[in-house]
Design a protein around this ligand. Structure first.
Ligand code: CMX
Length: 424
């Protein structure tokens, strides 16, 4: 891990200098404006945040540090974390150093499992994950260093230490949560010689005779890792971190946002939708039956999960990556066939419905059918997988915010009366 710290230490002074000059030379230039519609419209499209780890383009989708997500689909999650942080994919040496550093960290403490076991059986796995991360907080180096008195320019160092510990512990925590929540047995400790995706698959304890499930886990962790700074979980993490609450508080808060059905929980809803279809039609429905089912859903006031997006206006390339994986490995799976059928049918229905700005699938539309195929059938757990991956984006954004000395977040709110007076 030393090489990652050294790389960041060598980059940060230049980045700070660049930022100082950018603001010094152009601080009063206007880059965005806010309409009244946007005020009440979730601030959609208002350029008011900085996020250097990734951007989301309406048509091309997720771009991490200049590289499209499809270009990165075969990489390891650890490589993506380093790319997010530094803007560069690691050399084999840098990767090895980082993996060895993570592997040398201690496992999740036993008391954390006691906390998990004490929770009632009906506790949602996302609640377990959030509580689990908070129960690890006593490890925070950021909080310890801050209370000792630390220079602002040093904040990023303990933030990186916390981020690394969380990168190491979250997969183990999440896998243990799966085993406790589903009654499958005690948590399984990580193996030091496995990469993050393979380790996560191993710790979940599901059979994986040919390593395909580990491949899926690597892909899953890569595809969900980051999605710029304005989505609910990234923004929440940023806001909480800006108060100098340590990364444990900030990531736990971000995950609470991810747990919402319009955000990360959509993946659990998607598979429920697919299985409803399978049950209703006793298999893969005809196009006509599926169209009628979608209209029934829309006419009852519900959304079609996995379709639409606040920024994307085309098929999400992350969905494409999952479909490609499914076509290679899961063609016999009925839920996967239904996902494919939906892909051919739902955009037409949503276009005719005329409300959704984007009638195409997002990342959540396909992933559940693949997990289901490999025996991960408890779909209330799916958002936890999303969270394990998204923690990489949250943590890298946090470290960079501390490195750049980001101030406490405090936009100005105005009252409805103020707006009325303004327009009258
Ligand atoms: N099915 C039915 N109606 C939809 C729809 C869908 N999949 N997507 C959007 N709409 C509707 C909205 O509900 C909204 O209706 P109202 O005007 O009646 O409120 C209208 O179309 C306009 O919405 P939009 O501008 O297209 O979408 P938003 O930016 O407001 O919301 C999102 C984006 C993702 C919340 C929305 O598309 C949605 O609810 N999709 C289904 C849930 C989902 O898949 N979420 C996962 C997103 C990815 C993630 O963050 O993890």
């Amino acid at each position: 891990m030393l090489k990652l710290k050294e790389k960041l230490a060598s980059q940060i002074p230049g980045l700070r200098e660049e930022l100082k000059n950018l603001i010094g030379d152009n601080g009063d230039k206007v880059i965005s404006q806010v309409t009244i519609q946007q005020l009440w419209g979730g601030m959609r499209g208002v350029k008011s945040l900085i996020c250097d780890t990734s951007v989301v383009e309406p048509v091309d989708g997720l771009i991490i540090r200049g590289k499209s997500i499809l270009e990165l689909a075969d990489r390891l999650p650890e490589e993506i974390f380093i790319l997010l942080l530094t803007g560069e994919l690691p050399t084999p040496d840098e990767l090895k150093d980082f993996q060895a550093g993570l592997g040398a960290l201690p496992p999740v403490e036993e008391y954390v499992w006691d906390v998990q076991r004490a929770l009632p059986a009906g506790t949602h796995p996302m609640v377990r994950l959030s509580i689990g991360i908070m129960s690890l907080e006593s490890n925070s180096r950021f909080r310890a260093r801050y209370s000792e008195g630390m220079k602002k320019t040093d904040y990023w160092e303990p933030a990186l230490e916390d981020a690394s510990v969380l990168m190491h512990k979250i997969p183990e925590l999440a896998a243990g949560i799966y085993r406790i929540h589903t009654g499958k047995g005690d948590p399984i400790h990580p193996k030091a010689d496995l990469d993050m995706g393979a380790n996560y698959a191993y710790m979940l304890g599901l059979p994986d005779p040919n390593g395909e499930f580990a491949d899926l886990m690597r892909l899953y962790l890569v595809l969900h890792s980051d999605h710029e700074g304005g989505n609910v979980s990234a923004l929440t993490t940023h806001v909480v971190g800006s108060a100098l609450s340590d990364p444990y508080y900030a990531v736990s808060a971000g995950l609470n946002g991810l747990a919402g059905p319009l955000h990360g929980l959509a993946n659990q809803e998607c598979l429920a939708f697919v299985l409803d279809i399978e049950k209703r039609f006793n298999g893969v429905p005809s196009e006509k039956d599926l169209t009628d089912f979608c209209w029934e859903t829309l006419n009852s006031g519900k959304v079609i999960p996995g379709y639409g997006h606040a920024v994307l206006r085309e098929t999400d390339p992350r969905f494409t990556a999952f479909i490609n994986f499914g076509l290679k490995h899961c063609q016999d799976s009925v839920p996967f066939q239904i996902v494919n059928k939906m892909f051919q049918t739902v955009p037409g229905v949503l276009k005719e419905h005329g409300k959704a700005a984007n009638p195409y699938p997002n990342v959540d539309a396909g992933s559940g059918s693949l997990l289901y195929h490999y025996g991960l059938t408890e779909f209330d757990y799916y958002t936890v997988l999303f969270g394990v991956s998204r923690a990489m984006g949250m943590l890298s954004q946090l470290v960079l915010s501390r490195a750049m000395g980001a101030p406490i977040f405090r936009p100005k709110s105005i009252s409805r009366d103020w707006v009325k007076a303004q327009v009258s």
